[in-house]
Design a protein around this ligand. Structure first.
Ligand SMILES: Nc1ncnc2c1ncn2[C@@H]1O[C@H](COP(=O)(O)OP(=O)(O)OP(=O)(O)O)[C@@H](O)[C@H]1O
Ligand SMILES: Nc1ncnc2c1ncn2[C@@H]1O[C@H](COP(=O)(O)OP(=O)(O)OP(=O)(O)O)[C@@H](O)[C@H]1O
Ligand SMILES: [Mg+2]
Ligand SMILES: [Mg+2]
Lengths: 225, 225
């Protein structure tokens, strides 16, 4: 499903160079449940953004389900993302002037799903993250953890083949975290490939394989089951 | 230092009423080190925003160092905040077009501190949170945990009497979390009153008193030392 071969990514800022990824090689089978850990600044979000076709890489190769992901047009990149990938952003990236239910329904709107059906599904997914009672709230009218859960619901609603989640339980207490992890297990059982970036050991322990990043390199990659 | 007496806060959204705080009474002595825990949506940020004079409350009373905090003008509220309070926001609230060092220096700019001195101090505080090497990066060029640490540095630079931090280690791995908690212990030793909202048990365990919110009420308030 995912094949990264010696992927490098460097940010250039004026005279400064930040080598965020220093040659990452990683293979992930369809249906796996993987966590990516590492300290703040180690390259986790950078890696996830490349996997999510949200950002380019400088060298090496990235193949997603047999397709080489390289030099895509904006249109092609958007096409693959919408059809294939659900992404939970580290800072949620909700639309501020839209309600929770409108935010969750948005990917279906882009897929041309009729209004009644997409709103129904959106309410359904909001309910799955415990937020049926917050459907009409805008992001500024939600708590941090509620906004995070709206972002999770939005990432799942298109039933993507690949779910990429950047610290999806970062703003959640232990009970709500457990609900979200159960939801991820459920979709993984249904065949979704799940990759979670997390800095929490006990969240990583609930996945089946964990990859540790250190300063842009893979320091460790081991099965947990 | 802080005295809340039966404080209530309700959000009105169209026909919906959300009773975020249902009568909170809380006294905090100067120099204490307190954590506030509770599940997602239990009212922690709402409480902190009221304490930080960022939001109003509907009934009850809030006295800060002997001053009744009620019906303040925008100007008075800003005055108390700038002189007295350091605030770490749950979503950081950094200025996107300013660099990390400019963001950290900003409160001193508002206090009229000369340019050279405030930049020196800002670099000093960035170093204390491990980010001297990221001074020129803008928020979009920082990792999530780096942005969080910039927000922490900015809250501390005016040496406030009261530090209010909303999930200040939420985006941090265990090692970086430990550095930030040590920094909070250091400023607490220097006499700063510290109140941390956290959903992490092991962070709360490092404070001297913990308050548990449940659905807008205080469910538990106990000393840990
Ligand atoms: N502006 C608003 N309008 C309406 N409801 C709001 C508003 N802000 C917050 N709420 C609601 O008030 C409740 C308390 O919110 P608050 O942000 O204080 O929770 P919290 O304890 O900080 O949660 P979290 O741990 O998820 O950050 C939530 O249920 C939320 O939906
Ligand atoms: N646009 C950018 N320009 C320059 N440097 C960047 C940019 N984005 C990220 N970086 C740097 O690249 C490194 C990796 O960032 P990344 O966001 O991948 O870290 P992370 O592992 O997700 O950290 P965290 O756990 O704090 O979220 C960091 O040191 C960061 O400062
Ligand atoms: Mg990150
Ligand atoms: Mg909150």
């Amino acid at each position: 499903m995912i094949k990264l071969q010696d992927v490098r990514k460097t940010y250039q800022l004026g005279d400064n160079r930040v080598e965020a990824l220093k040659g990452i090689s990683l293979s992930i089978e369809s249906g796996d449940f993987v966590s990516v850990q590492g300290s703040s600044g180690s390259g986790k979000s950078t890696l996830l953004n490349i996997l999510g076709i949200l950002d380019s890489y400088d060298s090496g190769s990235y193949t997603l389900n047999g397709t080489a992901i390289r030099d895509l047009t904006q249109k092609q990149a958007a096409h693959y993302r919408n059809r294939f990938i659900g992404f939970v952003f580290q800072s949620f990236n909700l639309i501020n002037h839209k309600s929770a239910v409108e935010n969750v329904a948005l990917p279906l709107y882009y897929q041309g799903v009729p209004r009644r059906e997409r709103n129904q599904l959106a309410m359904d997914y909001l309910d799955r993250v415990g937020l049926a009672g917050r459907a009409e709230h805008k992001p500024a009218e939600l708590s941090g953890g509620q906004a995070q859960r709206v972002a999770v619901a939005r990432a799942l609603i298109t039933k993507p083949a690949l779910l990429l989640a950047d610290e999806p339980t970062g703003a959640l207490d232990s009970e709500t975290s457990a609900q979200i992890m159960q939801l991820f297990r459920d979709v993984n059982d249904e065949g979704v490939t799940v990759l979670i970036v997390t800095h929490e050991e006990d969240i990583a322990a609930q996945t089946r394989r964990t990859v540790q990043l250190r300063d842009g390199d893979i320091a460790r990659d081991e099965r947990l089951e």
